[in-house]
Write a protein that binds this ligand. Structure first.
Ligand SMILES: Cc1cc2nc3c(=O)[nH]c(=O)nc-3n(C[C@H](O)[C@H](O)[C@H](O)COP(=O)(O)OP(=O)(O)OC[C@H]3O[C@@H](n4cnc5c(N)ncnc54)[C@H](O)[C@@H]3O)c2cc1C
Length: 593
């Protein structure tokens, strides 16, 4: 329904900057300025327009609505939640929460700030978790951290643990436990389409228990959700001047313009699913890293970043994206499928299983497989993990802001990720496919059923054959740039079998190789690294206002979560908190042009 009557004459005569967001990941139809013309014809209007209904968007929408603003949430997917609803919902919000106080844990905003700006805290691989964090952004997080936790609790989110701990992957500072785990409850899981089994319900932490209560609170407060509406551009008064006026969105082939009387908040979830965008930070991350965590439920297609940059926004904190720490890129936990993130299994019955196509084989013991590159060569000790990340007490003893923490550094080259991403010398930047090779004895030991819906034969993420050379010949798929040399795979398998005989991996020091690969049929299962986090994005200030290349806030444009830069922390806490901050500040803007 058009809302032209509510739009001021001044709006209509202004030159409006509209710049298209390039299609990314096969998702967004591009729309360019000439398609809209200079004067937007407003179809809808609200005080605050929030883009994305995930960890940033949902608290932002609730906070603005409960403060009295009308709010429209624009969500590209058919359901709410983004990565947040797929997540494990382990949330490190501290700073003196009620639950920390009850547990006798002394924490404060100042301690959160000091922890998350400690330049000296160094991982064993030499990388520093918090060195590149923006001080203004961290101060705002520290000051709002405990309030964000209380906000969640006040809006129906429950937790399985009675006191905070240090479990799970978020880098939340070394000094005190801050991690809480959300109770999944009876909510149907997006992963399975069903609630968790009754016997596990009481202890399971899951994003459904976070996002469904927040959705219910938002709807109750009167937030309007436009599902299957994709934001494709921001309207600003001039190309790099004036206030942001609203957004252009597409819905089933139609384009709508939504006016924001007060402000637009971008909570679009990051850029890691957009190959060209992510390669600005890390050229190795070419197209074969096609198993982004959280896909195919929702993508991180950089649409927020691109729309912001098109109206003059700056990027920020690029170092945090290239650091080899935490969950930026992870070792797959499941093999033989495209989406192999360790903690997310798409089961038949889930809303997106037709897109996921297979749920994968969960690897219980990495002694059961060898990993080879596109040329059939091993490249590291398969039992080795991914990047490290800091949390409570992982650096011990800990000396805040002191190089004494560097005693922790023990550089250990055989890490899965850099070796898996290494090229094969053909000029391509990425490492190409990584294949787990195993035999039928491994299948028996792992109790795998190597058949659909567990593995994806049709799209080329899983192969089987009765001999090793036949297996090498069969491996043909879009990312296998060169045929796997048959002799290479034969040599690799027979050399590895000799290591099992001798008890020593002479190449990569795998601890006592245990199992030969000898009993047909043989298998090759897709095992590429999974990209998980976006930690660089639009520059924001402490109010979560988007900042331009001159260092000035772009009036009426806010951003938070994985689409915002300057804050190295895995996951939910920063997103929820920045949504909490942005929602209030967007509400506080004056209404009108
Ligand atoms: C499997 C998995 C497990 C995880 N586990 C944890 C955990 O235990 N603890 C933790 O702290 N973190 C965890 N995370 C990370 C956490 O979920 C994310 O960091 C967080 O959800 C990011 O919040 P966000 O608001 O930036 O993006 P999201 O929550 O992804 O929300 C972004 C939303 O914006 C929508 N969107 C994007 N572009 C547009 C557009 N152009 N128009 C309209 N809508 C758009 C998306 O569809 C999506 O719904 C996990 C993530 C995954 C995938």
């Amino acid at each position: 329904m058009a809302d032209k009557g509510k739009v001021s004459r001044r709006d209509l005569v202004k030159t409006v900057a509209v710049t298209g967001v390039a299609a990314a990941g096969g998702y967004a139809p591009a729309l360019f300025a000439q398609d809209l013309g200079a004067q937007p014809n407003w179809d809808r209007v609200a005080d605050v327009v929030v883009i994305g209904s995930g960890a940033t968007g949902m608290p932002a929408a609730i906070r603005a609505r409960e403060a009295g603003s009308s709010v429209i949430v624009v969500e590209a997917e058919p359901d709410i939640g983004g990565h947040a609803i797929c997540s494990g919902a382990n949330i490190p919000l501290g700073g003196g929460t009620s639950i920390q106080k009850r547990a006798g844990i002394e924490d404060s905003p100042d301690l959160v700030y000091r922890d998350l700006t400690d330049w000296s805290l160094t991982e064993p691989n030499g990388y520093a978790d918090y060195r590149f964090n923006d001080r203004e952004i961290m101060r705002a997080f520290a000051d709002n951290c405990a309030q964000t936790f209380e906000f969640l609790a006040d809006h129906g989110v429950k937790f399985v643990n009675e006191k905070p701990d240090g479990r799970a992957g978020s880098a939340h500072g070394n000094s005190v436990p801050r991690q809480m785990h959300v109770w999944a409850g009876d909510w149907p899981q997006v992963q399975t389409g069903r609630p968790n089994p009754p016997e596990t319900r009481a202890q399971t932490s899951n994003g459904n228990g976070l996002m469904r209560p927040l959705e219910a609170a938002a709807r109750k407060a009167g937030v309007e959700f436009l599902l299957e509406h994709r934001m494709i551009a921001l309207h600003r008064q001039g190309p790099n001047t004036g206030r942001v006026l609203g957004v252009a969105v597409t819905n089933r082939g139609r384009t709508l313009n939504i006016r924001a009387r007060k402000a637009v908040i971008l909570g679009t979830g990051g850029s890691s699913g957009n190959v060209n965008f992510r390669r600005m930070f890390d050229p190795r991350l070419t197209e074969e890293y096609c198993g982004l965590a959280g896909m195919p439920w929702s993508n991180q297609d950089a649409s927020g970043e691109q729309a912001g940059m098109a109206v003059g926004a700056s990027l920020w904190g690029a170092a945090n994206q290239t650091l080899e720490i935490g969950d930026n890129i992870t070792k797959p936990g499941k093999i033989g499928c495209q989406y192999g993130y360790v903690n997310l299994t798409w089961m038949p019955g889930s809303r997106v299983f037709d897109k996921a196509r297979a749920s994968g084989l969960r690897v219980g013991n990495w002694q059961d497989v060898i990993l080879v590159n596109m040329l059939g060569q091993r490249f590291y000790d398969e039992t080795g993990g991914g990047y490290p990340g800091n949390r409570y007490n992982t650096v011990s003893p800990y000396f805040p802001d002191s190089y004494r923490n560097a005693r922790n550094v023990k550089y250990n080259p055989p890490n899965f990720i850099p070796s898996a991403l290494a090229g094969i010398g053909d000029g391509h930047n990425g490492g190409g496919p990584i294949w787990a090779i195993f035999d039928s004895d491994a299948v028996a030991r792992e109790k795998w059923n190597p058949a659909p819906p567990n593995v994806d034969f049709d799209a080329g993420f899983f192969f089987t054959a009765n001999s090793v050379p036949e297996l090498a010949n069969k491996i043909r798929m879009q990312y296998q740039r060169v045929p796997m040399p048959t002799a290479n795979l034969e040599d690799t398998v027979s050399r590895y079998n000799s290591f099992v005989d001798s008890g020593t991996d002479a190449d990569f020091a795998k601890p006592r190789p245990q199992f030969k690969i000898g009993k047909p049929p043989f298998y090759a299962a897709w095992s590429n690294p999974v990209i998980h986090d976006t930690r660089a994005g639009l520059r924001i200030n402490g109010k979560c206002q988007v900042v331009d290349m001159k260092g000035e806030a772009i009036p009426r444009l806010y951003c938070g979560g994985e689409s915002a830069g300057g804050f190295s922390m895995h996951g939910l806490a920063r997103c929820l908190c920045q949504g909490f901050i942005a929602g209030k500040n967007a509400h506080d803007e004056t209404s009108g042009a």
